[in-house]
Design a protein around this ligand. Structure first.
Ligand code: NAD
Length: 473
């Protein structure tokens, strides 16, 4: 815990859980079981650095719940990794999967390293050794526990994991399903990379399309012209910014750990990303004003604030200065419980992480299904649909004597490919989850905020699942 944090991350999650549990009918024993972290694997292993020295690496894999199999959750590479953090993230995965109706238990992994301080070869050795440790203890497998990318990891690490797993489990036909977020050439699914950011967009778009909610916040319905601030230009932040901008919102500020930039006329995330790649900093972007601290961006006057970097960035110290109408939790745990209380007083709508950033795990679920079925989405029906659409169009043109314009023709004839189906499944998931949570919230005027409503929804689903398993007579 640092000076800014009132509670450890796991305590914050437990506190939110307890707040919501009061609105459910489950007895104490079941609630305690849902809250508990079932399995904690803390490991240490050595690696030889490129300079010949030996370093001992600290790492974790934590399975919060096994009410559904496999467990699911990303692997984080960060200096800040500790047991409490991984436990909290694993717990959030349990609730997240329940909310978006993805049939997995919750898990999470972490390796306490700053990947920027290691060569690619060293990172490969660490990732492969970590995977071997998980195999030894039966903590990984398509039916046991399926990791994915998180902060500091991506496709490359997932490719090393699947390769290590497959080589240690020769003949396992479903080996590709041992991890998700893989490159497409290694069994990944098209649409995974942008999934979390796209899910954030679908979730907030749904909220912004609810007239009663917008009226209460003093905002207009829809996305056009909404002023958006994004903290973190990594995978989630970059793609969130992209989809918001493409839908007509204005990205007025972007923040990275070295500072932030502000331009009320709007920023283009790709141009800023290229600028940062070239100069090593987000600052001094042409046409934008520099803000000295990343935290300054969180306090800008805007409609939607998207923290998409790390946890606990909005807390009792700065929540009072937040001027956004909607806080969209793209990162895991960016707002502390004290920040939640302040938002409630100020009438700020906080859309909670545990469902809003579920796009990654939703598409991971699609990837896992693809791996188990051994067939690419769309392979069976794409041509059939296109042939059928061509025939229907031809019939319509013959009967009406008119011709459809070329662009429209391509659109109508198009049969869904893998990316179309993945995006469509994600859109459906995020819309349904938003509506489900809103229904729970509206059904009980005592439920104070959307996070509590999301927890109530998750607790009911996980508890029902435990009850159906018959563990609790
Ligand atoms: P990432 O490593 O791709 O990007 C994180 C970015 O945040 C980096 O560019 C980093 O420089 C920046 N950053 C770090 N500290 C900062 C600070 N103090 N201020 C401003 N910027 C800072 O990670 P990611 O995958 O985009 O994950 C971001 C968050 O989203 C994490 O909380 C993660 O748990 C959560 N999340 C990720 C996924 C996913 O699919 N990747 C899914 C669900 C949730």
């Amino acid at each position: 815990m640092n000076a800014n944090q009132e509670y450890s991350f796991f305590q914050s999650v437990e506190r939110s859980f307890d707040k919501a549990a009061k609105f459910t009918k489950w007895d104490k024993g079941i609630l305690e079981q849902i809250k508990a972290c079932n399995s904690v694997y803390r490991m240490r292993f050595p690696i030889k650095r490129d300079n010949g020295t030996i370093e001992v690496i600290e790492a974790y894999r934590i399975q919060h719940s096994q009410h559904k199999s496999p467990c699911k959750g990303g692997i984080r590479f960060s200096d800040e990794v500790n047991q409490d953090e991984v436990m909290a993230l694993a717990a959030l995965m349990t609730y997240k999967c329940a909310i978006v109706n993805v049939p997995f238990g919750g898990g999470k992994g972490g390796i306490k390293i700053n990947p920027k301080n290691y060569s690619t070869y060293e990172l490969e050795k660490i990732t492969r050794r970590y995977t071997a440790e998980l195999v030894k203890k039966n903590f990984i497998g398509p039916g046991i526990d399926v990791p994915a990318p998180d902060y500091g990891t991506g496709e490359k690490e997932m490719a090393w994991i699947v390769d290590t797993y497959a080589s240690l489990k020769p003949g396992e036909i479903d080996a590709a399903g041992c991890v998700t977020g893989k490159p497409v050439t290694q069994g990944g699914v098209r649409g995974r990379k942008e999934a979390t950011g796209l899910g954030v967009f679908f979730g907030i778009r749904e909220v912004c399309n609810m007239p009663a909610v917008m009226e209460k916040l003093g905002l207009t319905v829809g996305m056009t012209g909404k002023r958006v601030v994004v903290q973190g230009l990594g995978n989630v932040g970059y793609h969130s910014a992209k989809f918001f901008r493409e839908s007509g919102a204005i990205i007025i500020a972007l923040a990275e750990y070295e500072g932030a930039i502000f331009n009320p006329a709007g920023l283009n995330e790709e141009e800023v990303f290229q600028h940062r790649k070239k100069t090593g900093s987000i600052l001094n972007f042409p046409g934008a004003t520099n803000l000295a601290k990343t935290g300054d961006a969180l306090e800008l006057d805007c409609d939607i604030l998207i923290p998409a970097a790390l946890e606990n960035v909005i807390n009792s110290d700065n929540a009072n200065q937040v001027k956004a109408k909607i806080v969209a939790e793209a990162a895991n745990g960016p707002c502390t419980p004290d920040a939640d209380d302040i938002f409630l007083q100020k009438g700020i709508l906080c859309v909670p992480d545990m469902y809003l950033n579920a796009g990654g795990v939703t598409v991971s679920y699609f990837e896992w299904l693809k791996n188990l079925s051994h067939v690419r989405y769309g392979r069976m029906e794409k041509r059939f649909t296109e042939n059928m659409n061509t025939k229907i169009l031809h019939q319509i043109e013959t009967l009406t004597g008119k011709e459809v314009e070329a662009g429209e023709r391509r659109f109508i004839m198009h049969g869904a490919d893998e990316q179309d189906l993945v995006h469509s499944g994600l859109e459906e998931t995020m819309i349904s989850a938003t509506q489900e949570i809103m229904t729970v919230w509206l059904s009980n005027p005592e439920i104070p905020d959307m996070r509590t409503a999301a927890y109530v929804s998750a607790i009911n689903k996980v508890a029902t699942s435990y009850a159906e398993l018959g563990i609790f007579p």
